[in-house]
Ligand binder design. Structure first.
Ligand SMILES: [Zn+2]
Length: 389
């Protein structure tokens, strides 16, 4: 029988809250800190499973909302679960769909029972409740599944945020009950993580974290960050929330973010990250490098035949192609251009968290953080969090 989910905290930084650990799942171990590429429709766009392995990816995401609508979670269950369906024999995490259905403002209606919504594909009517979201995620069979939560808009007044926290807590309890009474669907356990909400109200974040901690679940997520608040506010929310989560459990910051955010939040005690930036930006011509972002469409790259996207990168793209060729592929709308920039970006994000982990382990994280942040420059614009693609 495969081992149930567990987490070992291996080292902590003496000068910050940064940590190194390892999650054990039925589909293998995941070293933390970790970045999880987003595979919305059971595929990380423009990447094969072999590409992901070459980049060092150990765990990927899939989106419950999208897979429920198409192809349907019962079909994925009948295929043997997501791992067999998409031929990714490593850990997978599915979100709860909460972020998506609450984003469908005009075509959804929420109550304490759940959320009624219309499909963005064909307008068909659906209902998500804590129980149905558990059933869908059981069908999908990810190693880590998320409790249904309400993510209020960034500009919501405090009383709305409080209501969202109360609802999120009630729904988390219902998810725990539904999860506990369901027999194993695929022969291995699925670890249920609840989501701390509370907007930018630190007291609510703390209260939500405390309540969820009392449920004694295998890991905890922080949701509702990077939805429009400033960097400083987001970092203080993350710092304050992480402090009130158990030391010995993994902490997942949903939908964040820019490389600078990842480094800052590792320093504040976060272990797991996901974001659509490396894939989405890769397809639209933006590369992330150790010297900051590169816009490949810029004319300055037109005759630059030999410089790779990032001289410090060892990915296939950087080992083989110069910027002039990559710019040509982008301008011509060639698929290889999107594939190469995505591959490079994923490789860069994986390298970033791997280096952070090594530096925490050898006690030089603080110096490394200062040096890398100086090279990357400040975060200018941040996309909304937890987006699917
Ligand atoms: Zn590269």
């Amino acid at each position: 029988m495969p081992q149930p989910f567990s987490f070992d905290l291996l080292a902590t930084d003496s000068a910050s809250s940064a940590r190194v650990g390892v999650m054990h799942t039925a589909h293998g171990d995941v070293q933390t800190p970790v970045f999880m590429p987003v595979g919305t429709q059971a595929t990380v766009k423009a990447m094969s499973p072999a590409d992901l392995e070459v980049c060092g990816c150990s765990i990927i995401l899939a989106n419950t909302y999208h897979l429920h609508l198409r192809p349907g979670s019962d079909l994925v269950r009948d295929a043997g679960g997501l791992h067999r369906f998409e031929r990714w024999n490593h850990p997978i995490l599915t979100d709860s769909g909460g972020f998506q259905v609450f984003s469908l403002k005009d075509i959804s209606k929420a109550s304490d029972e759940g959320v009624q919504f219309q499909s963005h594909i064909d307008g068909s009517r659906h209902f998500f409740s804590p129980e149905s979201v558990m059933e869908i995620q059981h069908n999908l069979g990810a190693d880590i599944i998320m409790a249904f939560d309400e993510c209020p808009p960034s500009n919501a007044p405090a009383d709305k945020v409080k209501k969202a926290v109360d609802r999120t807590l009630g729904w988390a309890r219902r998810c725990v009950e539904a999860h506990a009474r369901t027999p194993l669907q695929h022969g291995y356990g699925q670890a249920l993580f609840p989501v701390v909400q509370g907007g930018t109200v630190l007291e609510l974040r703390e209260a939500c974290a405390r309540e969820l901690t009392s449920l004694d679940l295998p890991g905890y997520a922080v949701g509702g960050c990077a939805v429009g608040e400033s960097n400083e506010v987001m970092y203080s929310v993350v710092e304050h929330t992480a402090k009130h989560l158990p030391q010995g459990k993994p902490r997942y910051l949903m939908g964040v973010g820019m490389p600078q955010d990842i480094i800052e939040c590792i320093a504040r005690g976060i272990d797991m990250f996901d974001c659509v930036l490396p894939t989405r930006d890769g397809r639209t011509g933006t590369a992330y490098t150790w010297a900051g972002k590169v816009q490949i469409r810029n004319a300055c790259h037109r005759r630059d035949f030999d410089t790779p996207l990032d001289p410090a990168c060892t990915c296939y793209c950087c080992a083989n192609f110069g910027r002039a060729y990559l710019r040509h592929l982008y301008v011509a709308g060639e698929i290889l251009g999107m594939h190469m920039l995505t591959l490079h970006n994923i490789h860069f994000f994986m390298d970033l968290v791997r280096q952070a982990g090594q530096r925490i382990g050898d006690g030089t994280f603080g110096a490394w953080k200062r040096e890398v942040l100086a090279k990357l420059g400040p975060v200018k614009k941040r996309d909304s969090a937890e987006a699917a693609e």
